[in-house]
Design a protein around this ligand. Sequence first.
Ligand code: GTP
Ligand code: SPV
Ligand code: MN
Length: 626
Amino acid sequence: GLKFNNGAWIGSRSFSLEQLKKKTKNQKLINWVEEQAKLCKPDNIYICDGSEQEFKKFTDDMVKNGTIIKLNSKRPNSFLARSDPSDVARVESRTYICAKTKEDAGPTNNWMDPNQMKQTLKPLFEGSMKGRTMYVMPFSMGPLGSDISHVGVQVTDSPFVVCNMKIMTRMGDAVLNQMKENDDFVPCLHSVGSPLTKGQKDSHWPCNPNKYIVHYPEERSIQSFGSGYGGNALLGKKCFSLRIASSMARDGGWLAEHMLILSLTNDKGEKKYIAAAFPSACGKTNLAMANSVLPGYKVQVCGDDIAWMTMRNGQLYAINPEFGFFGVAPGTSASSNPNALAAISKNTLFTNVALTPDNDVWWEGLSSPPPPTAIDWLGNEWHPNGEGNNTLAAHPNSRFTAPLSQCPSIDPEWDNPKGVPISAIIFGGRRSSTVPLVYQALNWKHGVFMGASTASELTAAAEGTVGKLRHDPFAMLPFCGYNMGDYFNHWLSMEEKAGSNTDKLPKIFYVNWFRKNSKSGKFLWPGFGENVRVLKWIFDRCDSKLDTSDAKATKTSIGFVPSNNSIDLNGLEINKSSLKELFSLNKSEWLQDLKSMRQFCHQFGDRLPKEIKNQMDQLENRLNKD
Ligand code: GTP
Ligand code: SPV
Ligand code: MN
């Protein structure tokens, strides 16, 4: 019980800063933490060590005060949190890239002048941690000691965020110990924006309706206010590893991408690494954890959301900067994704899923039939077909937070500080028509154009008209920390970076698991574990000469498509007409797509690289010659 008066509060604060000073000599860090404490005025400061005991203490405390619920002992050390119903996902409309100029943020990002933004946020952060503890978390994105990794320090007033960060990043003393006196770090300020007055009872999920998720790319810092959820609050993830890191990567000549990393081992024991970018809710986690249906073939996972890639002698190497999975729960089942179910069998935090009577978790798609009764994500009693009850038990964006190391299909190299060599890069989205199951770029420039033209149809879960096409270049639209026209240019520049080693550059592909029968509206391709058939074709194409058609691939106006019978369909029941529709190319649909792409690109003005325009013109010429 510390009274909030200067003497007592300063006393407690300086005591905690003494603890920090014992652990580090990095004066920039000490000063920054002190400044945040002066601004937010927490009752206490706590320096996180990242240990299991600390995790246990915080989860014990949160169970005691009703913030989270302990699940039954069949799922050891696992907990359920229910968010405020208004705080359930990333808030793109409240997310800002505060570059010095609006042009540098680009037309696809919200922007405000950085000084004006700081003035706007100052009164919000002022005293925002009163009645709470400020937790200080040093964290590393990427393995400690890797030349691709970067360090951040997040302060937060949410112990639930601390527990999530412990799973999602390498966090605590180990990071602080290897930080040198003058080392830089990305400062990340986070507050749920809900100070407590003396004696006031806390809410189970404190947050503030006035949310700001703010990035300063030149300064390389982050301020997040008002939300306790996922990408808004776990600042190492989308905020640092994509928005800030993409800006660092442009300056440093590397890539920070919204990509999974997997390995495919073939029946001869040869292994290749593949990275793939799909927009949110388009299948990254599921592909990364795929259970191969092809005998002798094995898929293993390095990462399911983010890849940092650097070039060494023309060869692109990737690390997953994360340490855990933050995966969508609904739809995850023993048949669709057994590896995910194994990964979440212990030491897992669940947010916004349903609670069964025996204190375990449930969500739509986990099992059939559903449990006869449950407590839904809002905390209300729920029955599957209850009278007048047509609501979901779990929120559609409910998630699990689980350690990567618990996935049975984890790749042995997932933690290698050198990274893994990438042979292929895949782009994709949800396209009910037009785009075939798979095709391959003609060359690097064409591949960059394919990444830039990535688009996906809106699902019922997102705002907007269902089925409407949303352009999402490289699946980075909400995550690019600078002008997207410049970002396309950065991707193009990788070819020069490879120098005379362009043959070592990854081959580029585009996939579409979501094409539908135009009459029945049903998916033409079974997806999930069956996707390994497409990965096998991609694997083999990596060893073929790029510029020629062969038994595996045929050159068309859009790129290389699989030659007849070159996709291994052994053991798959799929009828001839489905297969035909899956690969059909409709010239007028492609010209329509191209028109839409031109309209989308218009906003970049002269920041659009000439080469992207060239690629659009060339595609149009090729289509019109057909
Ligand atoms: P974020 O974590 O939000 O970035 O999503 P993600 O890209 O990791 O997507 P995830 O793997 O969680 O899958 C999203 C949805 O797509 C789920 O409902 C899956 O069931 C569905 N899905 C994933 N792979 C396939 C597939 O191959 N075919 C079909 N039809 N659906 C799929
Ligand atoms: C996404 O929305 O793309 C996610 C979830 O992966 S979050 O981490 O909240 O951004
Ligand atoms: Mn995912």
